[in-house]
Design a protein around this ligand. Sequence first.
Ligand code: C2E
Ligand code: CA
Ligand code: CA
Length: 844
Amino acid sequence: MLPNALAPTEPLAEMLRQCESLCQAGSFVVSGPDWLVQPSAGLLTLLGLPADSPAQALAALAWVPEPERKLLAHLWRHAQAGTVFDLRHTVLTADGRRLQVLHRGLLRHAATEPQGPSGFAVLHDVTAQREAEERLHALSHANETTGLPNRAWLLQKLDMAVNASGWDQRGFSVLSVEVPRIAELASSMGFGAADALAGALAARLRAFRSRDEFVAQMGSSEFALVIRHPSGLVRADIEARARALIDALQQPVRLGRVDVHPHCRVGVAAYPDDGPAGPRVLEAAQAARADAGTATPIAFHTLDADERNLRALALENELRQALEHGEFRLHYQPQVSLQGGEIYGVEALLRWFRADGSSVAPGDFLPVAERTGLVAAIGDWVIREASQQAVAWRRAGVPATRIAINLSPVQFQVGDVARSLRSALDDSGAQASDLGLELTESALLHDGDRVAATLGALQASGLEISLDDFGTGFSSLSRLRQLPIDVLKIDRSFVQDITTSAEAASVVRSIINLAHGLKVRVLAEGVETEAQLRLLASAGCDAIQGYFFSPPVDADTLATMLRTRRQLPAELAGSRTRSRTLLLVDDEENILSSLRRLFRRDGYKLLTATSGEQALALLATTEVDVIVSDQRMPGMAGVDFLRRAKELWPDTIRMTLSGFTDLQTIIDAVNEGAVFKFLTKPWDDDRLREHVAQAFRQKELADENRRLTQALARASIEQASLNRRMSSLLAQQREQAELVEAGAGGVRDLLELMPAAVLGIDPEGTLAYLNERASELFPQALGSLGQPPAAELATVLNQLRTAQATGLVTLGDQQWRGWLRHIDGAEFNRGDLLVLLPCCKDAA
Ligand code: C2E
Ligand code: CA
Ligand code: CA
């Protein structure tokens, strides 16, 4: 029904309908405090909507695309009463088409007037006309060879996007793409080839472009892709898109008989962050391109690049001096076992205390140190300092603990981590088992195989390797399996939400299971609350680190903690002997108190809550075995509470105590495992007590099972870690043996060629080696390899020993000059070496 004030009489309505149908137009009236839009029959036909479609609020018109809806509502709300206004916008038809309409509106009464706002509008379908215009426009703005629109066109489009952003809150990013190959081809092979390449790339660009994007060609070898997106640069998304673009463009192009590889460089700038208008943003993108290279083909425009560079330069100088002036310190944060609750290791965290008393956080100076390569020198200092600290603690009688050192990926690129570690250990007298290494997945991004091999060797030597910040990097699970890793550190960002978000909790649970599956231990970082710790312990996590136990502290404070054997409270760690805990949830106090009376005699620790929310808060701080919850409660219903409880604390045994009315809901919850048992009200005291007792028995069995499974898993992880170490060690030894073998082979070949007889006798006095000449000389000796020398040879040896190792020996009718040398080298070459050279009779 049309609102009364504007309702046309019947014949008028019919006229309007005819008119609208002839003009491919529609209309609506708008009125009332909600600006309710009542479409005419013609408009409904245009939109393909049923004739009885209800009125919709102007601000929520379903048939206007969301971003344009805002503009429309804005215009109507700020229109001047009595003045016609018009705009073009899109409408969405029921069958999914997008039409362009010319919308002419007239506000008859402003919102401030007593009767409230009212007005009407005519919408005229101008889609075909608009498309023709655009084609014409594009033709006049197209590049001759590729047909892509040109720079002038692009700037107009950017202008429009800037205007539109005022009301749709959308920004855009310009990706300026340069393909130097096109210009190179033009000079080396002529314009024909260059045009062909440009044409092929233009086609790829067109195919690549999605609906919210447009492309243009700026010069012979320069293109642009513009992406419209919500304002505020979603950098990772843009970067992903830029990468995809590069992948698409860089496929080889076949020109005649050759494949041309069109490498590209991309500069990115965004509106409004990098410039207040289209031309400025475009320039910024083009300028940013200069920073792109072959290794990193994408560069983002940065604000205040100059100022930033200056600051970085100053910081770089200060960093160099900091190293010389000894302004760095290491602080140590304990890592605590969830098994026994004891400190089993510490993480060394770098601190920079400047001479002026201020301090700088690692997050602020490490990026500069990495960019400048200074991180290698700083990293070496950290390795030395940690090694010396380990020895200092040992000498002072502090209980031993492993110190984990953070390694920057850059250290693997510019430094020689293995060598730094070796020399730090040698110089300080620390052992490999005193140290651990923490590195992130990004350390393996470049030259991952080499880094993994280095790590493998370090691991074999006894260092513990931890994968830091797990979950924030590329996290390829297949890769993880191949890496020499002992510990996986779950990033703080996951731990933060585990007690409030079921998703976070389940992510963490799967990381733990996955790691255990790969026989790797798991440490959770950034544990700040007891609730987080409990949840992690229940999920089988092996260790934690975080403010809850201790922040990073200086070496002396840590030594005191180790000396006093600071621990997690017993009820939080390992096998606990806490009492059986029952949580009762019911909104009715009298029911709670009769339940409390009932269960008191069974000796449980009793907790009560009058709502699901309150119960969840309790669960976060106290470990509960069994929950009995009412179903009907204001706010969160019983099964909904139990569902949440299951997601967060799956090990609890959960039961409802309810009337029969909600049977189906409860059965559903039982079927999905949220509810273990369904008990009815009113209850029979003894049966209820028996059910609860049985639930506790089941819980204890499950706990015991879990404990055993976890112990088994831990044992097998220990075993696997030992195996890993052993097999790395074996591989190293094999390699060494092969080296020795290869070296020995070369020497043996030489010995065969010598014009002398050469024999080796090992320290046990058995014959270990003889060359060809020697076997001719002592034919029977060949058969006695590995045994004491036979008669004739034994005589020669004795003769030479008494002649003090050198002298003339007669064998058959020939005289020989003999040398006997005792060799006392490393393990592989010890024993006696006998050399016999033939000599002429007259010389003798
Ligand atoms: P990271 O390796 O993830 O180190 C843990 C960071 O979390 C440390 O910050 C630590 O102080 C902080 N933290 C520990 N427990 C909690 C907690 O319960 N809650 C919260 N909110 N934070 C906690 P820090 O010391 O500022 O170090 C920041 C990063 O700097 C480290 O992250 C590490 O990547 C890097 N870093 C620190 N020292 C070194 C170093 O010697 N060499 C290298 N290459 N990087 C280092
Ligand atoms: Ca770390
Ligand atoms: Ca970390």
